[in-house]
Design a protein around this ligand. Structure first.
Ligand SMILES: *Cc1c(COP(=O)(O)O)cnc(C)c1O
Length: 423
């Protein structure tokens, strides 16, 4: 590699980077192999769907008979090995789609059981904890029970004990969110699903928050018996190019219930124009295996580098990955700020901005976010964020090219090494 053209100078960092690349070669080859297999899966979905360019312009207005929408739904259903899927730009975020899935599949008097501890920050107001705010599930009489993790893992016995005839839905979150815990492998999720089915059979709806997990392993939770799987299109499956939207995939009835809550009973998934965006959505799906693979390769190098310099990382560089997030424990607000500023400075746009923490809608603590991204808040693009609270962790994620992730990681390391935050 020609180091002359690098945007940072510390020779020690350059040496470390070389070493990181060499030592991680085998782990990264395995990631590339997985990306190849996932591409084959996506390719097969396209071959079976037979999308025609002539329909991709989509429709306007109500979006009746929008063949582009139906085509993309069919692609997603096939990739997820699911009976049905709905991919909609009218969902403003993953939280919005999750809210539709929860509202549509829960009735007053039923209990929602979260089997993987506290759900992601933005879902708490949706559920209505700690307060039953306007529009929350709690405000319409849906009860909530949370089974804490045991040493960072789902507690199978406690989950079984928490289930009873009032349980309407079991919620599982695959990725770590803003918590210092491992993301869950499909193997782990599958153990939970088995416990739930053994006790309650098909009467209960199992929902998986799949954010950041897509295309990281070779299958998706819908193939392990989850009824409905939900994610955002400004994360993995947007391939860094879809400007907005989210998806759900799963059993026909669960998806239908979700769509009744999203649009209106009677309308369900039969409306919603694609306004030309279905082209990008389909294209993005074809890109996703590779963008996810590149991101993961970059994160492995980043993890190696920070671990080597004495920082605690999760996952460690050679641990199996089940989401596209690399957590790095900085230990202080100053460390988080330096880290995020360095990541921002390596962005493709807004590189001169300095991230400042703010309390965003739906979040509890001020959050520092670095994202020199083309799409606002896109975390499929190179970005880093972290809530300003113990243990002062930054979550590094996204990136279309492994080189971009590595550049950013080395430059953050260099900034930290020059500062007092360096341990
Ligand atoms: C990002 C995320 C969400 C919510 O997605 P938004 O699109 O930001 O609303 C939910 N759960 C997890 C684990 C996430 O990472």
């Amino acid at each position: 590699m020609n180091f002359q053209s690098l945007p940072f100078q510390d020779p020690e960092c350059q040496k470390l980077w070389q070493q990181a690349r060499q030592e991680t070669a085998e782990v990264r080859a395995e990631i590339q192999n997985r990306a190849d297999l996932n591409f084959l899966k996506v390719h097969r979905a396209f071959q079976e769907t037979q999308l025609s360019e002539a329909v991709l312009a989509g429709t306007t207005g109500y979006g009746y008979d929008d063949s582009a929408r139906e085509g993309v739904d069919s692609l997603f259903a096939r990739v997820f090995g699911a009976e049905a899927a709905a991919v909609r730009m009218q969902w403003v975020s993953g939280t919005h789609a999750m809210t539709s899935a929860l509202r549509g599949n829960l009735k007053p008097g039923q209990t929602l059981v979260s089997a993987t501890g506290a759900p992601y920050d933005t879902l708490l107001p949706v559920i209505g904890v700690p307060q039953a705010g306007v529009g929350s599930l709690a405000s319409i009489g849906v009860h909530y029970r949370e089974v804490p993790l045991q040493q960072g893992r789902p507690d199978l016995q406690a989950i079984e004990a928490a289930l009873d005839e009032t349980t309407g839905m079991v919620f599982l979150q695959r990725s770590r969110g803003y918590t210092w815990r491992p993301s869950f492998s499909l193997e782990t999720l599958s153990q939970v699903i088995e416990v739930v089915r053994r006790k309650l059979g098909d009467k209960v709806t199992i929902l998986v928050d799949n954010c950041y997990g897509e295309m990281v392993e070779l299958r998706e939770p819908s193939q392990l018996g989850a009824d409905i799987v939900v994610g955002s299109l400004i994360k993995n499956l947007g391939g860094t190019v879809v400007p907005t939207g989210a998806y759900v995939a799963g059993r026909t009835q669960a998806v239908e219930n979700c769509m009744a809550a999203f649009t209106a009973p009677g309308l369900t998934g039969h409306v919603g124009p694609t306004l030309g965006l279905a082209r990008t959505m389909a294209q993005a799906l074809s890109l996703a295996p590779q963008t996810v693979g590149q991101c993961l390769e970059g994160l492995v190098v980043a993890s190696w580098l920070f671990e080597n310099q004495g920082f605690e990382t999760s996952p460690r560089w050679n641990e199996p990955r089940t989401d596209t997030i690399q957590a790095i424990r900085l230990g202080s607000v100053d460390g988080q700020r330096l880290f995020c500023k360095a990541i921002q400075s390596m962005g493709l746009v807004d590189a001169r901005a300095t991230p400042v923490s703010v309390v965003q809608p739906g979040y509890r603590d001020p959050i520092l976010m670095a994202g020199g991204t083309f799409i606002q808040g896109s975390s499929a693009e190179l970005s880093a964020d972290g809530p300003e609270r113990e243990p002062y962790v930054c979550y590094l994620q996204g990136g279309t090219s492994r080189m971009h992730v590595e550049l950013a990681a080395v430059s953050a390391l260099q900034a930290l090494r020059k500062s007092e935050c360096y341990q």
